[in-house]
Design a protein around this ligand. Sequence first.
Ligand SMILES: Cc1cc2nc3c(=O)[nH]c(=O)nc-3n(C[C@H](O)[C@H](O)[C@H](O)COP(=O)(O)O)c2cc1C
Ligand code: SF4
Length: 482
Amino acid sequence: MADYPKVAQLKTVEALRARLAELSLDLPVDDEILTADQGSPLAAPLAIGGFTVGNRWCIHPMEGWDANRDGSPSELTLRRWRHFGLSGAKLIWGGEAAAVTPDGRANPNQTLATPDNKAGLARLIGELHAAHRQAFGDLDGLLVGLQLTHSGRFCRPSDKRLEPRIAYHHPLLDAKFGIDPRDDSVVWTDDDLERLIDAYVVAAGLARDVGYQFVDIKACHGYLLHEFLSARTRPGRFGGDLEGRTRLLTTIIGRIRDAHPRLMIVVRLSAFDVVPYQTSREIGQPMDYSALKPYRFGFGCREDDPLTPDLAEPIALVRKLKELGVAAVNVSGGSPYYSPHVQRPAIFPPSDGYQPPEDPLVGVARQIHVARQIKRAVPELPMVGTGYSYLQDYLPHVAQAVVRAGWIDAVGLGRVVLSYSELPADVLSRGSLERKKVCRTFSDCTTGPRNGLVSGCYPLDPYYKDLPAAEELKRVKEGLKA
Ligand SMILES: Cc1cc2nc3c(=O)[nH]c(=O)nc-3n(C[C@H](O)[C@H](O)[C@H](O)COP(=O)(O)O)c2cc1C
Ligand code: SF4
């Protein structure tokens, strides 16, 4: 079993610094949390696409597997968006992944960005705005977008069964997710992609019509537009060299820009990847890729050592995105389905994961350094960093230090917002955290949906603790121990 010191046991900033030094990790950590009045770098405004965002806190998109079957928001979905509004963060990066076609959903309860759900999309932003106004008096400096997605290899639109639509046959992912490598019926044709591009343009128009200020074209975490970035073996216009592999993403952006010239467009990118890991109860191990060298099935990893990032192509893509008028990039990495320790570092793995193969602080630092390198390469483009939740009590200390140092422009929050949505406001107004609300990376918010339950912070959010799903989750976890 992995046995790393828990962050909650590191009682002082000095203890965290000592642990980082032991791991040879270079991360700046401030001594104290600063409030806005004390000049916190996180309180500074940030220009994105001609809009001045009120501070440097961003809420990452997080879906809850809790929309109604018709793709409209349920009370749980609305509650999550209300919490985003109450958080005090001024950049709401997409709210959650909304599927541009019903068959592109990652689960039957995913929110839809289709004409039938226009009213639902309006309710989500309306609820967030009302909560923000109630807590902070107005909407000044608040920038809210909608994340648009197609789940590709991870589509489950009907039930727990995968109904994949893939860019190309990937030797390891096909094996991991039960796809017959000879079955080409699951591979997108170029003609079908043209229809998909249309669906993105329609979805962007809906978002604009109901008041979202931007759309995020999701290209991360193993979903369709991320998968295309590594489609070297795909023949035709949408595969092969970097230009071909990025064509689907850049065409969608160009077509949305032409149809809706005043709508801001941003991209969430998995800027590095690794070989898929095996699901197990043991310490995580990559799948066997010895017969696949040079490894040509990842985006942003070395061909000779695909466990190590290679940012040459991601940087070239980010430069291209800037040329296309993309207003900002949110830098992420890996995938929750095949490399969760990379994508959302945690001490307790989700049910389809494995014990962490490294101290999760290593995963945090990897994400921060990748984002830093991309920011350094394309300094004019505003960027948001990811993977900070594992820092727990010290999240603000690192966040304000990296923003001050210019490593990144804004700090995005994922899981910690599920357990402690008011964290950004508390930091900026009080300079302290409520420790009992800090996410301890138990991963129940991932294990729940992997087992057909809604996502949420079952351990720390009293609302979820009391749901019948909490009992079911307990049974699932007991079963895993048996
Ligand atoms: C329950 C849950 C749902 C998520 N849904 C999305 C999503 O819809 N879109 C997305 O880009 N990332 C999604 N993510 C990833 C997060 O945005 C974020 O990248 C990840 O949790 C790492 O950040 P953190 O360390 O602050 O949690 C989700 C994560 C969790 C835990
Ligand atoms: S369930 Fe709660 S404590 Fe666990 S990882 Fe998710 S947000 Fe954090």
